[in-house]
Design a protein around this ligand. Structure first.
Ligand SMILES: [Zn+2]
Length: 329
């Protein structure tokens, strides 16, 4: 929850990053699990808010030379069209980040598409022994777009949102800078097309402090049947992961398709979004991963929508019309 109000003059920095990945089977001197992606590009656009609209103030772009994963992963190459010689032309991460912090200046909120960028940024800062506190609020624009674009609970791509608002496609996608520019234009459109008070309220209730751990997860033991697998993680939802107090239910636990949901409540820490998902391992056993996180407005909608669907259609959910994207965390 954003504690300072958005007023005329409040600045936002919309950003995007690209990162290279370790190549499977290749030997590295480091434990690759502590650096799952090494940043190779940061792109950003600064906006100032005034009177219900956003005005663009400047663009930032840095290519970064990776030092650990210095050969481009084929998947990253396919998506970004970057080559090994492109990577070699970048500046060092410390220099690029320093410039980025200067560009952010006094902005109050970082804005991204999806929640993975801040996690990767903090991971890189930690890995390179730099201060990994970002000291700025973070807003994931993807659920805000879904909320106002009548796509609640769906995870849409930047390109989908660009088409939705009829934004002119002057550049390609999947460079950090072009994606940051497009994300900024989507942000502008959200303000243009909706009531200011509603947009500000959605932003304030969805912005998070990325320096505070707000998400907790466990993976249960494998079980032969799906019910036992779910029962194995149920205890995780009984106590607040921050203070240990008993959690009460605002929306009681229910199962729809292969997931269980609930909206839980701690008297000290507020609402928690709770979701468990069953997957099958290679042996054909079920295992359940379960997450608890401080609920954003979008999380609240997600649980409320699933509950509505459950009340109407039961455990199998609504008959599917189109394949739903299921890559959210
Ligand atoms: Zn608590």
């Amino acid at each position: 929850m954003l504690n300072s109000r958005i007023v005329d003059g409040t600045e936002f920095v919309v950003f995007d990053m690209e990162w290279n990945q370790p190549i499977y089977g290749k030997e590295y001197d480091i434990d690759v699990s502590v650096l799952t992606g090494e940043i190779i590009e940061i792109g950003a656009v600064k906006y100032v808010y005034e009177n219900g609209l956003l005005t663009k103030k400047g663009v930032f772009s840095r290519d970064i030379k990776p030092v650990i994963y210095n050969k481009i992963h084929y998947h990253v190459k396919k998506v970004t069209h970057k080559t090994n010689s492109d990577l070699a032309r970048g500046v060092g991460f410390a220099k690029a980040y320093d410039d980025f912090v200067k560009f952010i200046g006094g902005a109050q909120v970082l804005v991204g598409w999806g929640s993975s960028d801040t996690a990767i940024l903090k991971q890189n800062l930690k890995f390179f022994d730099m201060d990994d506190d970002l000291r700025i609020f973070f807003l994931d624009l993807q659920p805000i777009f879904s909320l106002f674009g009548d796509e609640k609970g769906k995870q849409r791509s930047v390109e989908f949102a660009v088409d939705y608002y009829g934004i002119v496609k002057n550049e390609g996608f999947h460079s950090a800078t072009s994606d940051a520019i497009y994300t900024g234009e989507i942000f502008e459109k959200i303000f243009e097309h909706n009531k200011t008070a509603q947009v500000l309220s959605a932003i304030s209730s969805s912005a998070i402090d990325p320096d505070i751990v707000s998400e907790y997860s466990i993976v249960g033991s494998p079980a032969k049947d799906i019910r036992t697998a779910f029962e194995g993680v149920v205890h995780f939802w009984s106590k607040c992961p921050i203070c240990g107090k008993d959690l009460s239910s605002k929306i009681g636990r229910f199962k729809i398709r292969k997931s269980e949901y609930a909206l839980l409540f701690c008297t000290s820490h507020g609402e928690f979004f709770a979701r468990s998902r069953a997957k099958k391992n290679r042996d054909g056993d079920y295992y359940v991963s379960s997450v608890l996180r401080l609920a954003t407005q979008n999380d609240y909608y997600l649980v409320a929508c699933k509950k509505e669907e459950f009340d109407k259609f039961g455990v199998d959910g609504a008959p599917k019309v189109e394949p739903e994207k299921q890559d959210e965390n």
